[in-house]
Ligand binder design. Structure first.
Ligand code: SF4
Length: 250
């Protein structure tokens, strides 16, 4: 069935979190920044984010690596980091999250939890919903917790890159996120794989050990496979299930 809508956050909390800006003001900000920062470097995009939003922005990470976190702590050492704790992660991914907390002790990791544990979801929806209806499973375990967490912020920062997949080829540096009602910043959207790997090696940035084991795009364990030779990095996600995105970046 149709997923049910998520309750809106309390108005007072949202107003405080967005530094007093209304949704329309945030939208206008995003639209002008999209033009002004169209060619901005990652450092410029993050500096703008910090100057504009202060403590009301959060960095999303799937704990595949800490590149975005490493860039973000340069402008805000105690930046908030959002991790969607779906209950289905590889042990290596949880280990990477915990290593991030050690390497960057000032960051605040926000574990966004679904309403139900995996066991509760199995009881309510039947087991292995991710096999039968991955869109619904992602809705319950990623989309809803993401929306609920983002309701407390004016902007979120993602590691989406244009080269990740054809669906991401037009990713802008700054955009308005209509569904979640806040500004979305993609500082490394224009980075090539070479640039990205260079940054990891030059700065000794943490990387999930599964990357070296042949997984270039890491999500929940039941929905992540190694891509076939020559296929794009995200092709191992929900392989064979006709799904390419979790609905977070659509
Ligand atoms: Fe469920 Fe798979 Fe989506 Fe994770 S990636 S929330 S297990 S469908």
């Amino acid at each position: 069935g149709e997923p049910s809508p998520v309750a809106a956050p309390a108005v007072s909390a949202a107003a405080v979190a967005t530094a007093g800006r209304t949704r329309e003001e945030l939208r206008a900000l995003a639209e002008s920044a999209a033009v002004e920062l169209a060619e901005a470097s990652a450092e410029e995009a993050l500096a703008w984010t910090e100057q504009t939003f202060g403590d009301s922005w959060i960095v999303a990470s799937n704990m595949q690596d800490a590149v975005l976190i490493d860039l973000a702590v340069k402008v805000r050492p105690d930046v908030d980091v959002l991790f969607l704790e779906t209950g289905y992660h590889f042990a290596e991914t949880i280990g990477t999250r915990d290593a991030v907390a050690t390497v960057y002790p000032r960051v605040r990791i926000v574990n966004a939890l679904p309403d139900q544990t995996v066991a509760e979801q199995d009881a309510a929806e039947g087991p292995r919903l991710h096999e039968r209806d991955p869109d619904r499973c992602c809705f319950l375990r990623k989309v809803v917790p993401l929306r609920r967490t983002l309701a407390g912020y004016a902007a979120w920062v993602t590691g989406v890159r244009r080269v990740d997949a054809p669906t991401r080829a037009n990713t802008p540096i700054v955009q308005w996120d209509e569904r979640n009602g806040l500004v979305k910043v993609n500082p490394i959207a224009a980075w090539s794989d070479e640039r990205f790997n260079d940054y990891i090696h030059t700065h000794g940035v943490l990387e999930n050990p599964l990357v070296a084991a042949g997984y270039p795009s890491i999500g929940c364990a039941p929905c992540t496979a190694k891509p076939l030779p020559g296929a794009d990095a995200r092709s191992g996600r929900w392989a064979g299930r006709g799904k390419t995105e979790c609905g977070l970046h659509g």
